[in-house]
Design a protein around this ligand. Structure first.
Ligand code: HEC
Ligand code: HEC
Length: 138
């Protein structure tokens, strides 16, 4: 019996330590994890770009964004999407963003002094996608 009690105390302590760690990792709400879009982009611009992606691919935010993983395994995975968190589909989307920037930069805009994010977007996600997340398959 004393052994069992000790084990429970250790498990409880481990949980406290893990939850503490999670709390220090996740409240990075203001931290931006932008690898393609400009760091100084406004919230409004960001929202409008994300809305465009949803419309072009005819998907919701959760097609590319996931909820934070519960690292303790003690709580169910609930709550909001963590937009800064990376995953495979988000990485795929970044590849598409870079490709779209390249197409516009190299084939439609010839003024090489402009920042890529200010280039005229002749080709957009919707040029190819037209409401289909996987246009190669339809
Ligand atoms: C087609 C995939 C895709 C869809 C759909 C999408 N996003 Fe994103 N989102 C991305 C990618 C990729 C990035 C990271 C861009 C970068 O690295 O520059 C991002 C970044 C963000 C960020 C910035 C996170 C940070 O690092 O601080 C926010 C906020 C965001 N998205 C919100 C949304 C919302 C809200 C929706 C739904 C309306 C949405 N996204 C739909 C792909 C997507
Ligand atoms: C030149 C055409 C073209 C443009 C422009 C384009 N895409 Fe794609 N995209 C494709 C094709 C084709 C596929 C399907 C690949 C497949 O089925 O394997 C695809 C697939 C995807 C996927 C699914 C994951 C994957 O890699 O297969 C995502 C997410 C995506 N595109 C996001 C975007 C976003 C966001 C934009 C705009 C920034 C964009 N695409 C612009 C052609 C394009």
């Amino acid at each position: 019996m004393p052994h069992k009690k000790k084990a429970i105390t250790i498990v409880a302590l481990a949980a406290v330590v893990l939850l503490g760690t999670a709390a220090t990792i996740t409240p990075a709400k203001m931290h931006r994890n932008l690898k393609v879009l400009p760091q100084d982009i406004s919230d409004r611009q960001l929202d409008s770009i994300m809305d465009n992606y949803c419309r072009a691919l005819k998907v919701n935010c959760d097609f590319c964004h996931v909820k934070p993983k519960d690292i303790t395994g003690l709580a169910p995975v609930t709550g909001d999407l963590d937009f800064a968190l990376d995953n495979e589909m988000k990485e795929n989307a970044r590849r598409m963003m870079r490709m779209t920037i390249d197409i516009n930069k190299n084939h439609f805009n010839f003024d090489s002094t402009k920042r890529p994010d200010y280039l005229l977007n002749v080709v957009t996600c919707n040029t190819c996608h037209r409401g289909n997340p996987f246009p190669a398959h339809e």
